[in-house]
Design a protein around this ligand. Structure first.
Ligand code: SF4
Length: 265
């Protein structure tokens, strides 16, 4: 039986989870893997750059309309054949996406269960930038088998990453690795490497801050599609490969706040 990776990428809001998730999806698909991405952000950030800027309906919206939802209504093929799905996020002022994600994924499983099984890599791009019920929902339901945390070398994203590690350990979910999305902070790679090491994990990639990523995103594309020969595209290719080959999982040993502050000084 082929080994399927079902991963979730966590991190502080605005740290670049969606652009990392979509570029990794595109890189792995280009390398011949069958890839699916499931976003649950109302902005549809994870799929929009794989679909040339097109916004697709979310499963929760379709369910709210009360129609009999088919695979064609939910699953859209994007760049390099990546299957794109948007679960739908919380409505402003209404609350947590946690339950919504579960309802949406259950629907997806019942309608497109076979398609899900065929994939080599499924990426959940979940909002959960704080430790809450929604953040762990896909893990608790057993939908995810690898968790990664994305951070930069600044104190706040690292604080969030450390909290996420604490949350994962609390629910007995090991961490598969740390990804550094640079904000051009000083000694960033060194700080995130040290952080990864001290929590017992590993640094999967250092993604340099690049205008190319922002320009591609603004136009509704992934880097892989619009700037395939750029150095940053190669960074995502290496990260995709590292994730596909990664077998290391550890119960993260989160740091004390004092240690975190010391690290980022
Ligand atoms: S509580 Fe958690 S899952 Fe719910 S909307 Fe906020 S971040 Fe998302």
């Amino acid at each position: 039986m082929k080994k399927q990776k079902i991963i979730a990428i966590y991190g502080k809001g605005g740290i670049g989870k969606s652009s990392t998730a979509s570029n990794v999806a595109a890189a792995c698909a280009e390398a011949g893997k069958k890839v699916m991405i499931i976003g649950c952000d109302p902005k549809s950030d994870s799929s929009i750059t794989l679909l040339g800027g097109k916004r697709i309906p979310t499963i929760l919206d379709l369910l709210r309309e009360g129609i009999e939802v088919t695979e064609e209504d939910m699953v859209f093929e994007g760049y390099a054949g990546v299957k794109c799905i948007e679960a739908g996020g919380p409505e402003p002022g209404i609350g947590c996406a946690g339950r919504g994600i579960i309802v949406a994924v259950q629907k997806l499983k019942s309608v497109s269960g076979e398609l899900m099984k065929e994939q080599d890599l499924i990426i959940y791009d979940v909002p959960g930038d704080i430790v809450c019920g929604g953040f762990v929902a896909p893990i608790r339901k057993g939908y995810v088998n690898e968790a990664y945390v994305l951070t930069s070398g600044e104190y706040m994203p690292l604080y969030a990453a450390n909290n996420i590690c604490k949350g994962l350990t609390k629910i007995n979910m090991p961490l598969s690795g740390v990804i550094c999305n640079s904000r051009n902070a000083s000694r960033e790679e060194e700080i995130v490497s040290k952080f990864s090491e001290e929590i017992g994990s590993q640094l999967m990639a250092f993604i340099p801050k690049s205008q190319i990523v922002q320009d591609c995103e603004r136009n509704g594309y992934s880097v892989m599609e619009k700037a395939p020969y750029s150095e940053i595209a190669n960074v995502y290719r290496r990260l995709g490969k590292a994730i596909m080959e990664n077998e290391r999982k550890v119960m993260a040993d989160s740091l004390t706040d004092e240690r975190l502050r010391e690290l980022t000084k």
